[in-house]
Each structure stands twice: as structure tokens, then as C-alpha cells.
Design a binder for this molecule. Sequence first.
Ligand code: BES
Ligand code: ZN
Ligand code: ZN
Length: 493
Amino acid sequence: MRIDLIAKKDWTGRVLVGLMFEGDKTPLAMAGDEGKRHAAVAAGEKFTGQLKKTSLLRATAGSDKLILAGLGKRKEFELDRVRSALAKAMKRAEDIGAESVGLLVPDNREVRGDIADFVGAAVEGAVLSSYRFNKYRSPKPDEPGPVGELLLVLANPRGLTGAMRKAVAEAVARSEAVCFARDLANEPPSPKPPEKMAEIASGLAKKGRIAVRVMHKTELEKLGMGGILRVGAGSHQPPCLVHLTYTPAGKSKKTVVVVGKGITFDSGGISIKPAQGMENMKDDMSGAGAVLALFKWLGSVDVPVTVHGLAPFAENMPGGGAQKPGDVIRHYNGKTAEVISTDAEGRHLLADCLAYGSTLKPDLMIDMATLTGACVIALGDEYSALLGTDQHAIDRLISVGLKQGEFFWQLPLPDRYKSHLKSKIADLKHIGKPRVAGTIAAGLFLQEFVGEGIPWVHIDIAGPSFTSEERDYTPAGATGVPVRTIAAFLREL
Ligand code: BES
Ligand code: ZN
Ligand code: ZN
């Protein structure tokens, strides 16, 4: 989608979008008689600015069509409502075959908060809701195509500031990174084996200040990355580890390591999963996909932080060489773990990477993983779990996430549950007690591989990474959570 900012006097389009608070007399940026008239016509069709409702008005002065989209009650306003409203408006525009849409941008007397944030959220709502994964579909003849252009129309040309243009560019960069993450996770499992993922990651190093190193099987053997190797051993597709590095243009203020689980398909391995819903296990690389997406984003922005991305890729399959329940895996830091279920595979990849990442001496390490079904039971499909040792970072992620419309909830990491991971034959058992605090047990397992004193946050995205139904500005399928939150978090560091 092409996106631009223009002054109202230069706008020549045919479909205009206006946003409206419930109960207001006029839409935003359309005060006076014209706005009152439109609001009255819309009210005749029961539209009074209700959240997620729209109204299509015809033959208006200066445009052929006006789409009003509701923001709900003024006192309940939050930025995420702008994204949802834009999603509805763009859908309506798509339905009437609009190729270009102009959005009336309010000024900062009309809405609470920074208008640049408002515009950023509008852009995100439009781009993210227009996402489609059509690579493997034949087009239907009568299907409306997505709107190709969004023009942000400012009544006052003095509003066209550098800050405003920057907010738009940043929202575009964040949204494109999310769409990239969605593409990776929506891709069927067979066309995206570990080596293919590494190839895609390597492509990211062509832009900006990004370097990449791919560690293939022999190198992983030399390094002693038993977790990645053993999990990948049941597949014909060899595992690998991608290490991306972003170096800022100016002085680096902090070093952050981001790690993501990259299981390109999780069959469960020898502890094979039930058939029902197994097709969704193509998204078990969403954590690693988020790492790649963050580097796509880092290729187009400038942040004063050194960022290392670790994306271990493996296919969890029950082949002849596969790891077995009862096996003991030796990880990068030397710690051994007894395998109970080969379906609890993700933590072994993460264990190697957290130990390896610790040698990079980061100020913060964040891992993201579709790690436990227990997390979906506990928090459902819209909340990710946060666990870790850096309370400040956890609090920041929760509040940054709220602004982004991505939701996080903290779970404890109590020493008293460490006993759940006792093994008789290895340093650790890789899972806790059956059906007891599965997400926490996984977190406690990972903690064993984080270097002494290194602040760390684990994000379990098992619920939000994928949605079976379309919601607000997220089409069904891979969601791209938590790319926007981590990007915004790194931006604010
Ligand atoms: N990839 C799954 C977790 C998962 C489940 C993600 C549902 C998204 C939706 C993970 O590898 C897994 O299978 N975990 C097991 C662990 C168990 C054996 C301790 C689980 O949660 O059942
Ligand atoms: Zn699994
Ligand atoms: Zn898995």
C-alpha cells in the first residue's frame, strides 16, 4: 500500500474516510455545517460513531464517497481503536472498489494524545488489515482487490511536519516488518526448511548495518549445540543457527540479544502430536520469524542499540535418527537435560541460544517462542506470557504492548518450582510435572541457560502467534505478534 501525507487543498481523490467519536456532532476534522449534515445522515442509518461500525455516505462535496468509521466513546479512547476503525474503513473502501482512500486527519485539539501517534496507528490499522497471504490461492473473478493507496489528508498544511512524516515512515516500517513475519509463519512447512529460512535471513543483511552468520550442522557440532542438533536429527532437513547483528550508526548505548524459536514444523517427533490441528504447527517458527522481522525493521530505522538476533531453525520430525524419550541432550553451556517428551523440543533450541547469547554480554536478552500449549490454556490467544529476571523490562513490554495493541501478562518464575525439573540421570529434566504449571516449568528450564547476572525476559507467544479467525486489523492466520511491541520497545530503549 502506498502511503503519503498531503494537504487538504491538494487532495483530488474520490473516497474520503472520516473518524467519529460516539455521540459527537461531527466527524473528526470535519467541523461545521458540512460535518453536521453528514453526521445527521449517518445517524438516520443508526451510525453514531459506535466502535467498529461504519457508514457509507454518497455524493458529498469534494469527494464522491465518504466513509465514516466509529471510534466509540471519547472517554474510553485508546490508540488501538484507531487501528480497528481504519481496518473497518478500509474494508468498506475495498468493498466499493476504491483504489485510493483519503483519511481526514484531526488536529491535536480534537483527540487526546500525540497526533503523530494517532497517524501512526491509522497507518498500521490500514496496512495490517489489508494483509493477505494469497501466494497459493487462485484469484476469484469477483473478489475486490485491496486498496492500493492511503493518503493522510491534513486540513492545515502546517501540520505536514518532519515529525509527522517520521511517524508515518516508522509506522510503515513496523507494519511491513509485521507483514513479513506473517508471510514467514503462513508459509507451508515443506517450502521453508531450516536452510531456506537461513537463506531468507541472509537476504536481510543486504540492507543497513546488518551482518549475518549462518552456522550449519558441522559448525553446530564443533560448538556443542546439542539442543539444536538433537531436535533436528529426526528430519532430512538439517538444522542451522542464524546469527544476525545490527550495529548502530552512532555510539551504541546498549546491547540486546533477541532469540526466537524456529521450529519450521513441529510434528512432536517420536512423541508425535495428535493429527487434529497439526497443520498449525507450521507456525512454530514464529519466534524466529519475529527475530527476522525485527532485522527487516532494523534495516530501515536507526536505533542506538547493538542488536544480536539468534534464530535457531530445525524441523521436529520422527525420522530414524530422531531423539527419543529417555535421551539426554548436552547443551552449549555443558548442562544436560533428560528428554521426556520429544514434543517439548523448543526449549532445547532456546537453551543453546540463551547460553550462546550470554557470551555476547548483553544488557538484556529477550526470547520469543511458541513454547507451551499450557500458555494457551492459561492466557488464551490474545495474551502472551512474560517471565524473567528483568522486572523493569517486563513492565516496559507490558505498557509498550498496550499502546501497540499486543497484550502481555506476567507469570512468576519461582525458585520453589525448580524441584519440578529434577532428573535422576541428568542435570535437569526438560519438563515439569504432568499438567502442572507447564509455562512456568519451561521458563525455569530456560533460566538455567541464561548466564549469571544477565537480565532476561522470556515471551511465550503460543496463543497470540496465530489466529484461526480474523480479528480487528489481523486477518486469520499468523499475526506477527510480538514484532511491533519489541520494535517499539527497542526504539524507546
Ligand atoms: N509448539 C508446541 C507448543 C504449542 C502448542 C504452540 C499449541 C502453539 C499452540 C510445543 O513444542 C509443545 O508441543 N509443547 C508441549 C510441551 C509438553 C510436552 C510439556 C505442549 O505444550 O504440549
Ligand atoms: Zn512440540
Ligand atoms: Zn514446538
